[in-house]
Design a protein around this ligand. Structure first.
Ligand SMILES: Cc1cc2nc3c(=O)[nH]c(=O)nc-3n(C[C@H](O)[C@H](O)[C@H](O)COP(=O)(O)O)c2cc1C
Ligand code: SF4
Length: 420
């Protein structure tokens, strides 16, 4: 019997799935980039959500929350309901969502149609980040073409169901991707995070109504789930982490770029997919998860990359930004750059983040240059990180100390501190 193909590389999101069969109850025009829509509209919303549950799809925006739970919680509330595609992508370590929107906008719109059908939303928004103006034209063209073909607007494919998709643009700051900032921007309020949102958008999001906020890559997975079936999609990944993940690879590798790997592939497999280390480079560390991510040593090459990694290692893949750092890279400067980025891209409305970030920068500079009181500074640094983690209003502040913490824990010698 031939062995099943378990190579880590996949091509689901940029067009690897085949054209879906033409069975279905509706009269959608065939072909043209919406191969699974007809099949999805032939399913009941409950059946669709059950398929996503079986697929073990976890949100690709950073936190890895189970998508089916969000779908069923949103569907449970009284309408009108809304859908938002989060395309802010203010994290400079990733470019997966903007690449999807530029190269395969129909795949994302198809995912939006499927998600909106699952929760019976009739109004959806694409929340496009100001750092990605290149997405505007392809997206507008794809939306217009979908309208022309009766795949958007009134009575889609003769189903009696309507969906309108509008684009709302953010100014592109990293903080604008937070769920509260997203909702406030679309509502026309000050575009800042708010404690009131937390995880309850499903019951009280846009204008107090049930709202489904999903990342662009998460949405792009939905056609693949319909095409393959939930169980088969789940089997592509690791336990509780179905499907594939896009990783944006930078640093000392032969071929930096965007790679789609099975969920649960190892960091070493990602390095291999990126052509291995650049000629002459020796791996010192990896920054996993962008400016709010963790610095890890070469032992991380054995780690399985999925949304359960934090329980196994304390590090997170977040949105999938991975930077391989060579021996000559100054890790202190990497963390200082992360902190400077977070200072400039936070909104400054809450005290722990506003005051904590500059204090962390100051303490790191002091420790790196041989502080006269390292133990006291280290204690204050840990207290500040803990305070920010517990008291910040949004995830930017609560995770802002992560790269610094990982430097202290995994590379104490870079700060002149004793190991252990
Ligand atoms: C500071 C900050 C920035 C964020 N930026 C993004 C973003 O650019 N894109 C995104 O999808 N999610 C972002 N998120 C997470 C979203 O708030 C939300 O959890 C996500 O869009 C949900 O989609 P998912 O379930 O498909 O992951 C950000 C969160 C925080 C705290
Ligand atoms: S944690 Fe930072 S970015 Fe988030 S609301 Fe507070 S000040 Fe703004």
């Amino acid at each position: 019997m031939p062995k099943p193909d378990r190579s880590p590389r996949l091509d689901l999101l940029f067009g690897g799935i085949s054209q879906a069969s033409s069975q279905g109850v509706t009269s959608c025009p065939a072909g043209g980039g919406y191969p699974t829509l007809r099949q999805a509209l032939g399913m009941s919303p409950q059946a669709l959500i059950a398929e996503v549950e079986a697929a073990q799809l976890r949100g690709r925006g950073g936190a890895g929350y189970p998508t089916a739970h969000k779908l069923s919680a949103t569907a449970a509330g009284a309408g009108p309901r809304y859908l938002i595609a989060n395309a802010d992508e203010g994290d400079p370590s990733v470019y997966k969502d903007s690449t999807l929107l530029s190269r395969v906008p129909e795949r994302v719109i198809e995912g939006m149609l499927i998600a909106a059908w699952a929760v019976q939303a009739e109004q959806a928004y694409i929340y496009l980040g100001g750092k990605h103006p290149e997405c505007r034209q392809p997206l507008n063209a794809a939306l217009a073409a979908a309208h022309e073909r009766g795949l958007l607007g009134q009575d889609i494919c003769g189903s009696g169901w309507n969906l309108c998709i509008d684009i709302v643009e953010s100014d592109g700051l990293f903080v604008r991707g937070d769920s509260g900032a997203v909702v406030n921007t679309i509502e026309g309020r000050p575009p800042e995070p708010e404690v009131r949102y937390g995880r309850h958008l499903a019951s009280s999001g846009l204008w107090g109504r049930p709202t489904l906020l999903l990342n662009v890559e998460t949405l792009a997975c939905l056609p693949a789930i319909i095409e393959l079936g939930g169980t088969q999609f789940a089997a592509l990944g690791s336990p509780h982490n179905g499907g594939s993940k896009l990783f944006s690879v930078a640093g000392c590798v032969a071929r930096p770029g965007l790679y789609e790997l099975r969920m649960g592939s190892t960091l070493g497999q990602l390095l291999e997919a990126s052509g291995g280390l650049a000629p002459g480079a020796t791996l010192q560390a990896v920054l996993l998860g962008g400016p709010s991510g963790s610095l890890c040593g070469p032992e991380a090459l054995d780690w399985q990359l999925d949304y359960d990694l934090p329980e196994r290692s304390g590090a997170s893949i977040h949105a999938g930004g991975v930077s391989f750092l060579a021996e000559d890279c100054d890790l202190v400067q990497v963390v200082l750059d992360n902190l400077a980025f977070l200072v400039s891209e936070s909104c400054g409305q809450c005290l722990p983040c506003r005051e904590g970030l500059p204090l962390l920068e100051q303490l790191l500079r002091g420790l790196a240059s041989g502080s006269s009181k390292p133990q006291a500074d280290l204690k204050l640094l840990k207290q500040t990180i803990a305070l920010m983690r517990n008291l910040s209003t949004c995830g930017l502040g609560s995770s802002a100390g992560t790269s610094l913490e990982s430097l202290v824990v995994r590379f104490p010698e870079r700060l002149g501190l004793c190991q252990g």
